[in-house]
Design a binder for this molecule. Sequence first.
Ligand code: PMP
Length: 464
Amino acid sequence: MSEAFSNDPETTAALQRRDAAHHIHPFTDTGALNAEGSRVIVGGDGCWITDSDGNRLLDGMSGLWCVQIGHGRREIADAVHRQMSDLSYYNTFFKTTHKPAIDLAEKLARIAPSHLNHVFFTGSGSESNDTVIRMVRTYWDLKGKPEKKTIISRWNAYHGSTIGGASLGGMRAMHGQGGLPIPGIAFVPQPYWFGEGGELDPDAFGVWAARELAHAIEAHGPEKIAAFIAEPIQGAGGVIIPPETYWPEIKQICDRYDILLVVDEVITGFGRLGKWFGSEVFGLKPDLMPIAKGLSSGYLPIGGVMVSDRVADTFIEEGGEFFHGFTYSGHPACCAAALENLRILEEEGVVERAADIAPYLAERWLALGDHPLVGEARIKGLMGALELVPAKPSRSIRFDNEGEVGTMCRDFSLRNGLVMRAVRDSMIIAPPLVITREEVDELATRARKTLDDTLDKLQRDGRM
Ligand code: PMP
C-alpha cells in the first residue's frame, strides 16, 4: 500500500460493504455488483487513476468521456474555491445573473461555430437534451407550425437517461424500462457499417443509412417533422464512426425538408476529435448543439445547449417567457470550473495537442486490428473501438450471449491496468486529450495483452 493510503484505515472490503449497503449504481446490476464488490477509486492524476488497493490504472475512457485536461488539475479546484468564497450559489431566474455565467456564455459564443452565439445552461447532457425537445417544439410553435412536433433520432443513439434523453436515445433496453419513448420521437437506422452494413461497401451503406432519414420524413409527413438529432460519432453506442458519405447526405436532407439539425456534442465537443467541435470535423451547421462533459472536463457538473442565431432570434424576439430552467442552470461554481477548464484548453493548446497525438494513437490502435479476436479496429480523433469477433473476417458471425465476451475483456483490461469500456462485444477508448506518446504506447501494449488474455480464456473454454 502506498503512502497516500496509509492514513486511511478503512480497507477496500469495508468500503465495498458500505457501498453495497446503501448505493444503487447507475447502469449497473447492483445485485450482481454487490456480490462481487465495486472497485473503489481514490485518486486521479493526469491520465491515471488510483484505486483503494494502490493500483494505478491508465484511464483510457477519460472518466466517462469527459476529463479532457486529465485528472487532478489544481487550478480548477482553486478557481472553484475562489468562486465559492465570493458567491457559492445564486440562480439565473427572475431577472438576475452573475459574472461567471456571463463570462462563460460569452466565451462559449466565441469558441463555438460562428452562428452559435447563445447558450442555455443545464446541469448535464441529459438535461441539455430535455431542453432540446422543449426548444425544438416551441420553436415551431413560434413559427406558426405547431404540427411540427416529431423529432427523428437513430437506433442505438445515446442522448441521456432522463425521460426525455432516454426517449431521444435509441437504446431499446432503456425504452423497455419506464414505458419509453415519449410520443413524437421516431427512429431511423444508425450508420453502423461493421454491424449492419451487410453486402454494401461503407460508402454505399452511408448513403443508404442517410436516405432512411428522408424515407422516414416522407412516411410521417414532412409537415410533422421538427428536427433530426444525432451524435457526430455515436459514443455510448460503440464509437460508431459513420462512413464519409453519411453526413453530407444528411445535411442535404435536413435542408430539403426544413427541419432543425440537432448535433449532440456532449462527447465530441471540446476537442475530442482534434477540433473544438465534431461539427467542424464533419462540416455541420447545427441549429441546436447540446454540450456537457468536456465543458468542465467533468470537474463539476455543467452542460448547456448552444443555440443558433436562427433559433435564438425567434425565442428572444417572438418567444415571450420560456417556461423552462433548472435550479443549477449557470451555477456559479460550475461556471468557474468550466471557465478555468476552457482557459487550460486554450492556453495550453490542448485541442491542438489532441490533433497532434491522434495520428500516433490511430497507428497504434489500428495495429491491434491484426489480432485474431479483432474484426475491426476503428478510430477518429481520440475515440476508438475494437470489434471482437469469433470468426474473423466474418462480420456477421458474432459471439453468443452478446456482451459476455466484451465484459470479460473489460475485466482483463482492468487487471492489466487499463480502463477500456465494453459496449456489447466491442472495446472502447477515449483517453484524456493530454495523453502523451509514452502513454499511448502503454495503452496499446496493455490493450494487446488484454486481447491475448481474452483469446487465451476463450480458447481454454473451447469457444474459439
Ligand atoms: N448525449 C451524449 C452524446 C452522451 O454521450 C451523454 C452521456 N454519455 C449524454 C447525452 C448524457 O449526458 P449526462 O450523462 O451528462 O446526462
